[in-house]
Ligand binder design. Structure first.
Ligand SMILES: O=P(O)(O)OC[C@H]1O[C@H](OP(=O)(O)OP(=O)(O)O)[C@H](O)[C@@H]1O
Ligand SMILES: NC(=O)CC[C@H](N)C(=O)O
Ligand SMILES: [Mg+2]
Length: 491
């Protein structure tokens, strides 16, 4: 999951793009970039690192223009090298800058087609560069110099017909405007907002509504699955559904972990969904262990805090801050290598001894993925003197790879893959482990919007809404396991 933002404003947009990227930073910490349109020129600055490190004041000054896009990256394809940072750019047709959140699952086939049939050179291993070239080709075959919204929507329909996977995208088409579109299943999120100023109406699209909030844009709606929105250089908005008939299945992991709690997604408050996750998990704990004997509920900061608050309340047990997080260390789960992730947990979280001594504690996390956090945290709770250490996960066991934009590519790295819940309990060293049921997780989100009937739950259920070809998951593991990434880095 990366963060994307696009703005058509009435004056320079680079500062607003920068601010938006800083509140989307939790979606990608490896690279960041901004592209703006300055008259007939595209201006682009990108690099590896956090948003605040990539952009210095002199870089910002070189990004004039009232229309632009931004991206913060968490790689799911290719490498974490700077040449795969986004936005990407192609000079034909028109000149297009492009940013993508998600992951394609027919990348290899498209790479061949784009080279052999469309005669386009792809210079990196990034799936996003392929998606951009697909869009460029589909625009090219419209054969028009004066591009109209109709041509643009036909081109997006052409992209939908060829690309498979999760994708929420923003693109600048030089001389024409800002294009935003979402895959036919609406797996990855994208919201549309507007701001009315004395100089005129401005539009923004973003991965999460929090970016609109901080910029003072009003959230209008989510971009629909398969829909494309095109805003011309002078601020005219056009929208069309460019793919029909696919099941709307937003990624449920956004609600579990990826999104900020203050975001609205598909008209569901992420915060409220997490509160409901805590309530439902408490009901399960009460069912399984009416005499649970828990003295304190302790969240693992940050993301688990919301669910832990209702969980504690429903159990009638105090919630305590037993771990303090170093706010200057980023999210560990989205770090690129396991060595880095392991070291970071210790550097990031420290226990407050008195909350553990001689107590039965229930540690609560939003999810257990590789088990890096839970294993170390349980150990720390024991060292701090806990009598019994119970562990609760607000999501079900993560047993299958994610292929739509979350970097969980290798089943063998997931602590629950091929293990029963009891075996995971032993593996992470808990005295008792309880997971949320999938039906309860789905209900916790769907209760926020009765139109939501389906979700992409693949990492819990192994069911992929787009289907995946035989051999794809094995290939993904081969290319993107931690071991494969480490080998590439040292090569
Ligand atoms: O089982 P694991 O592989 O350790 O992954 C799961 C953990 O990683 C995430 O935390 P992270 O530190 O990324 O971010 P947070 O501060 O938002 O909770 C998540 O909230 C879990 O705590
Ligand atoms: N997490 C994402 O959305 C990644 C986008 C794209 N697949 C990349 O690797 O750059
Ligand atoms: Mg966490």
């Amino acid at each position: 999951m990366c963060g994307i933002i696009g703005i058509v404003g009435t004056h320079g947009v680079a500062p607003a793009l920068y601010d938006a990227l800083t509140v989307l930073q939790h979606r990608g910490q490896d690279a960041a970039g901004i592209a703006t349109v300055d008259g007939a020129r595209l201006r682009l600055h990108k690099g590896n690192g956090l948003v605040r490190d990539v952009f210095r004041q002199e870089d910002m000054l070189k990004l004039p223009g009232h229309i632009g896009i931004g991206h913060c990256r968490y790689p799911t394809a290719g490498s974490d090298q700077v040449d795969e940072a986004q936005p990407f750019y192609v000079n034909s047709p028109y000149g297009i800058a492009f940013a993508h959140n998600g992951n394609l699952i027919n990348t290899q086939q498209l790479r061949r087609e784009v080279f052999e049939d469309d005669r386009r050179h792809i210079n990196t291993d990034s799936d996003s560069e392929i998606l951009l070239n697909l869009l460029a080709h589909e625009l090219q075959i419209q054969e028009r110099m004066a591009l109209t919204p109709d041509h643009i929507f036909k081109a997006v329909a052409g992209v939908h017909a060829r690309a498979r996977g999760g994708y929420a995208c923003v693109a600048l088409v030089l001389g024409f405007g800002l294009l935003a579109f979402r895959d036919p299943h609406g797996i990855r999120p994208l919201v549309l907002g507007e701001r009315v100023t004395p100089e005129g109406r401005e539009y923004a699209v973003a991965s999460e509504s929090v970016a609109l909030d901080i910029l003072g844009f009003q959230r209008l709606r989510d971009i629909a699955p398969g829909e494309a929105v095109f805003v011309t250089m002078n601020g005219q908005l056009h929208a069309r559904r460019c793919a029909e008939g696919a099941v709307h299945a937003p990624c449920i992991f956004e609600y579990v972990y990826l999104a900020r709690p203050d975001s609205m997604m598909e008209d569901v408050s992420v915060y409220k969904a997490r509160l409901r996750m805590g309530e439902k998990l408490a009901a399960k704990i009460r069912r399984l262990r009416p005499q649970h004997g828990i003295d304190a509920v302790i969240p693992i900061p940050d993301t688990a805090r919301t669910a832990a608050s209702t969980l504690a309340q429903e159990l009638g047990v105090p919630m305590r801050e037993g771990f303090v997080k170093n706010r200057y260390i980023g999210r560990t789960f989205i770090m690129p290598g396991q060595g880095e992730r392991k070291k970071s947990v210790r550097r990031k979280l420290n226990a407050i001894g008195l909350e553990f001594r001689n107590k039965t504690v229930l540690l609560v996390d939003d999810s257990i993925v590789r088990g890096t956090t839970s294993k170390q945290i349980i150990q720390m709770a024991r060292e701090a003197g806990a009598r019994q250490v119970y562990f609760a996960s607000a999501a079900p066991p993560v047993r299958f790879p994610n292929v739509y934009g979350i970097d969980m590519p290798a089943a063998s790295e997931l602590v629950a893959h091929g293990r029963s819940e009891e075996e995971v309990q032993a593996e992470i060293g808990a005295d008792w482990l309880v997971y949320q049921d999938l039906d309860d997780l789905i209900a916790a989100v769907a209760e926020g919007n009765d139109k939501l009937k389906h979700f992409d739950t693949s990492c819990f259920s192994g069911e992929y809404v787009t289907g995946v070809e035989d051999g794809y998951l094995a290939q993904l593991e081969f290319l993107r396991s931690d071991e494969a990434k480490a080998k590439r880095r040292s090569a």
